[in-house]
Ligand binder design. Structure first.
Ligand code: IMP
Length: 424
């Protein structure tokens, strides 16, 4: 039995795509368990850059089977586009990609409501990706969502779509003062997807549980990160699913007793996109500097990412809520030119010392980060392939992270390519 979960330990964009890509050659099956096309996993493979939004990055491994689990909300048009792009690059998906028949579908009205909802919020907006994620999960939990399995019965699909579109039109017309949607156009577009998606639709929980029994190696890939989790993130500035490791069991349909290992992926500094608290955020000038060094722009929306120092309260919190066994530290090389590097060890709030990541937004908004200053290494780490190749101060930085979090580091990434990696 060997089931590993890869989770993001910060606000997403930690470099999970690269870590999954590194681990995939040893895996029989790679599964995505939550989120949707809000994610963007960037992988450099064969000197080409791939940004996958819905399909697990394991698809780049010729022998791996890839699964989109029941916890994902699927944008069928986007998915078809991704499949076409992969095919163009000579990557075969037929017989290698399976989609849970229980996964919910993202509809055009979800995207519309996401975008209109954000506009109406003005200054209070979340800064969503506009991909319809929140409204699709709202429908799922309101028990009116449309699932992949519904694509297989045209009458059921037509009936459910019509009911949903009529309900959304009431909202659009009377609450948002927007134009109504044309049911026929959406229905005929979605009726097409049964034919296009049929070959991929499977009872993926059954498939994976059988594979576990057969001793296959399985990787469960989270999208977004711990602090975007709907329950454990910086609510309300979160996504609408469960990126944390607990979400993997639900989003795949396996029991917690089947999980062997949890790897937490964490950048050597911190970034976030969208609004919400960020205690260790850099000032504008230094933020721009690091953003340029690290090419910190969202792979889904292209938005500039906010950047800040590594926050140990977040790392410890992520270790706690995910049960992280090992950390993978990414983008260490982005810090290569800095003379000093800060690690936030605690916050100060109204004369009090705060050692555990708080839930109260007023504390998070005004907590003052307290830093430990470490010397930088001022030399390139990109060619380092073993721990011993790293400059001493880089090793000291990593050892300090291990000491403060009590979690060992297993993987260190020093560049975007697969070979820019140190396995500890
Ligand atoms: P949504 O998931 O589009 O509803 O967006 C909710 C929040 O999660 C916003 O702050 C987004 O910027 C953020 N978010 C969603 N997906 C990602 C991701 O893959 N990486 C980083 N942030 C994300």
């Amino acid at each position: 039995m060997s089931v590993t979960i890869v989770v993001g330990a910060q606000w997403g964009d930690e470099g999970k795509g690269k870590v999954v890509d590194l681990l995939s050659p040893d895996m029989d099956i790679v599964v995505r368990y939550q989120g949707g096309a809000n994610a963007g996993h960037t992988v450099v493979y064969d000197q080409k850059q791939f940004i996958l939004h819905q399909i697990p990055t394991g698809i780049l491994q010729p022998d791996a089977i890839c699964i989109i689990g029941s916890g994902v909300v699927i944008d069928p048009a986007g998915l078809m586009h991704e499949i076409e792009l992969l095919k163009k690059e000579g990557i075969e998906v037929s017989g290698r990609l399976f989609i849970s028949h229980k996964a919910h579908l993202i509809m055009p009205y979800h995207k519309l409501l996401d975008q209109i909802g954000e506009e109406k919020e003005g200054e209070d907006k979340i800064g969503t990706t506009g991909r319809g994620i929140g409204p699709a999960y709202v429908d799922k939990y309101s028990r009116c969502g449309i699932r992949i399995v519904d694509l297989l019965d045209r009458d059921v699909l037509r009936e459910k779509l019509l009911k949903n579109i009529q309900a959304k039109n009431l909202l659009l017309k009377h609450i948002y003062d927007e134009e109504e949607l044309e049911p026929d156009k959406i229905i005929s577009e979605y009726l097409e997807f049964d034919r296009k998606m049929d070959e991929f639709i499977t009872d993926t929980s059954l498939y994976i549980n059988r594979a576990i029994k057969d001793g296959k190696k399985i990787l469960l890939e989270g999208a977004q990160g711990t602090l975007l989790d709907i329950d454990f993130g910086t609510y309300p500035y979160v996504t609408s699913s469960h990126p944390i490791s607990g979400g993997a069991c639900i989003g795949v349909g396996i029991g917690p007793t089947k999980i062997d290992k949890v790897i937490g992926v964490m950048k050597a500094y911190t970034t976030r996109v969208g609004f919400g608290p960020f205690p260790t955020e850099f000032d504008e000038e230094f933020g721009n500097h690091i953003r340029n060094l690290g090419s910190e722009y969202g792979s889904t929306t292209g938005r500039p990412r906010r950047c800040g120092w590594l926050d140990i309260l977040i790392a410890r919190y992520a270790a706690q809520v995910n049960g992280i066994d090992k950390f993978a530290i990414t983008k260490l090389d982005v810090l290569d030119t800095l003379e000093t590097i800060n690690i936030c060890t605690h916050y100060r709030y109204k004369e009090k010392v705060i050692e555990h990541f708080p839930s109260e937004s007023n504390i998070l908004n005004s907590a003052e980060p307290v830093y430990e200053e470490l010397p930088g290494w001022c030399t390139s780490t990109q060619k380092c392939r073993t721990l011993n190749d790293l400059p001493e101060n880089a090793r000291l930085y990593l050892e300090r992270i291990e000491k403060l979090t009590e979690v060992p580091i297993e993987i260190i990434s020093v560049g975007s390519d697969r070979q820019n990696t140190i396995l500890c």
